[in-house]
Design a protein around this ligand. Structure first.
Ligand SMILES: Cc1ncc(COP(=O)(O)O)c(C=O)c1O
Length: 370
């Protein structure tokens, strides 16, 4: 048998894109621990700790809070598939790519989808949100808290209030917001929120945190048809995580990673982390404006940890991104859909959200734009 004793070395990048984002070295260390079985008491000890810590970052007391195997899209499909049956009226606030994705998922699960539409980069104000929900009276309302394709942050409160008034459940996509900015699940009245691990939580991809309110759980109990997505069936997942009965082989390695990422967040303190992201975002915007660049989203509606900067006239965005990667080891992303070639998507989150890192980025970015 041939032994390959040295592991190959992935390049070291500075992940200034929308995700995956920079991982704390202690998270890599946590991942090097021994693999244990998915029914090992130690696995459940870690899983319980992760669930407790996730409640804190989501801002919820929901017992049904866990991390599903899979990326943010698995979180999205968990939210959609458990609360959608053929004929469910599913309303979506649409102003970007990920809103379109949730519409498509709901449609595939048999929902009748109704959309409130705005151009990519805008958000819905309180009156617009209330009017749409009162008019449509849907069973489920979904919105993207931080629309990563545009850089716009949707305020949840009016959506949640109107949904409560009309009896609809609210799904919030917190894929880009969780861990970097408050999601305030209980305070806002969000029923179902989902996320990923590779953005605001500064962890590698592979798990999808989800949280479900007691009101949504009642709806789930009353459901007559089985969830068509067996892997993401919350009733079965509850038997696994609470009943400790085999459902699938969850990755202990990813659970160790998430546990450590959440411990790092806890060590900093949630309020300080959110404050740091807001402050560094303001600094980032100042630096971009000093360079004569424009932000895509209006002030006050921007995602603090994911900036969208307009590509200047005559500049080829793909060339700039390639230069940044090749010459500086920096990853950023471009726009897509109607924003293809028009914006750069620049994540400043987790360990990279410091003034020094923004300075380092600005210098490289300015050279790459020349
Ligand atoms: C807002 C939003 N929702 C959902 C997803 C899907 O997540 P993933 O790519 O981890 O499956 C993303 C990914 O960027 C996202 O930004």
């Amino acid at each position: 048998m041939t032994h390959v004793s040295r592991v190959s070395q992935a390049p070291k990048r500075l992940l200034f894109g929308p995700g995956p984002t920079q991982v704390d070295p202690s998270v890599y260390e946590a991942m090097a621990q021994n693999v244990v079985g998915h029914l090992d008491p130690y696995f459940f000890e870690v899983a319980e700790d992760v669930r407790r810590r996730l409640r804190a970052v989501f801002g919820t007391r929901n017992t049904m809070t866990l991390a599903v195997s899979g990326t943010g899209s698995a979180g999205m499909e968990t939210a959609v598939s458990n609360f959608t049956q053929p004929g469910t009226k599913f309303a979506v606030f649409c102003a970007g790519y990920f809103a379109d994705r949730i519409c498509e998922m709901a449609r595939r699960h048999g929902a009748t989808v109704v959309r409130a539409e705005k151009p990519w980069g805008e958000t819905f104000d309180g009156d617009e949100a209330r009017d749409f929900i009162r008019r449509e009276r849907p069973d489920v309302v979904a919105f993207i808290h931080a629309e990563t394709s545009t850089g716009a942050l949707q305020e949840p409160r009016a959506i949640c209030e109107a949904a409560r008034e009309t009896g609809a459940l609210v799904i919030a996509d917190a894929v880009t917001s969780l861990g970097a900015i408050p999601v305030d699940v209980d305070e806002c009245g969000i029923d179902i929120a989902y996320s990923c691990t590779q953005k605001g939580l500064s962890c590698p991809p592979g798990l999808a945190p989800v949280t479900i309110s007691p009101r949504a759980l009642e709806r789930l109990e009353a459901r007559q048809t089985p969830n068509q997505a067996w892997c993401l069936d919350l009733k079965l997942l509850r038997e696994y995580f609470d009943g400790r009965k085999y459902h699938h082989t969850a990755s202990s390695t990813l659970y160790y990673a998430l546990q450590q990422a959440l411990r790092v967040i806890d060590g900093e303190g949630l309020e300080s982390r959110w404050q740091r992201h807001r402050e560094v975002h303001r600094y980032f915007v100042e630096r971009m404006q000093d360079m004569g660049l424009e932000m895509h989203v209006a002030e006050g509606r921007r995602i603090p940890n994911l900036n969208t900067v307009r590509v200047p006239e005559g500049v080829n965005d793909a060339q700039v991104r390639a230069r940044l990667l090749e010459q500086h080891g920096i990853e950023i992303a471009g726009g897509f859909g109607p924003l293809a070639g028009k914006i750069f998507r620049i994540g400043v989150m987790g360990p990279l959200a410091t003034r020094d890192n923004v300075d380092l980025f600005t210098e490289a970015f300015s050279a790459a734009l020349r």
